[in-house]
Design a protein. Structure first.
Length: 137
């Protein structure tokens, strides 16, 4: 009886390896775990260079906001490991994780305590609160 390479599972046309990647809430949970394990790391808060508040930026400006050295950089690293296309801005995070600009603002804006740096400990607390709120909505 004839069997194709695909049916036999050998050769170039063998069965595809199924990969699953973390999705939105799972990425947030893994991020919270990262911050919990790195409580003394410091991250820049979201503070536009032109002196405006993050919440006053237009959506396209928020999407283009750089993540380097912010608490969103470790999230990007987790997403990159999972195969997401990342470009060093908040855009992919807002697109691929079910977070609103308000939630992103609440997680990491300068105006939340008027601090320029946020510790991993405080980032974990912010993520924990976000995850709790997400589970009730």
């Amino acid at each position: 009886m004839f069997q194709s390479h695909l049916a036999r599972g050998d050769g170039e046309f063998g069965p595809a390896k199924l990969e699953t990647r973390l999705m939105g809430r799972q990425i947030l949970m893994k991020s919270a775990q990262y911050f919990d394990e790195n409580p003394h790391e410091l991250y820049d808060t979201l503070r536009p260079a032109d002196g405006r508040q993050f919440e006053d930026l237009e959506d396209y400006e928020k999407a283009a906001y750089p993540t380097k050295d912010t608490l969103f950089e470790p999230i990007e690293n987790i997403m990159r490991e999972q195969g997401y296309e990342i470009d060093g801005t908040l855009g992919p995070i807002a697109r691929d994780i079910p977070m609103t600009w308000r939630e992103i603002h609440d997680l990491g804006c300068f105006c939340n305590g008027n601090v320029e740096k946020m510790s991993g400990y405080h980032a974990f607390a912010a993520f924990d609160m976000l995850l709790r709120n997400m589970s009730t909505t």
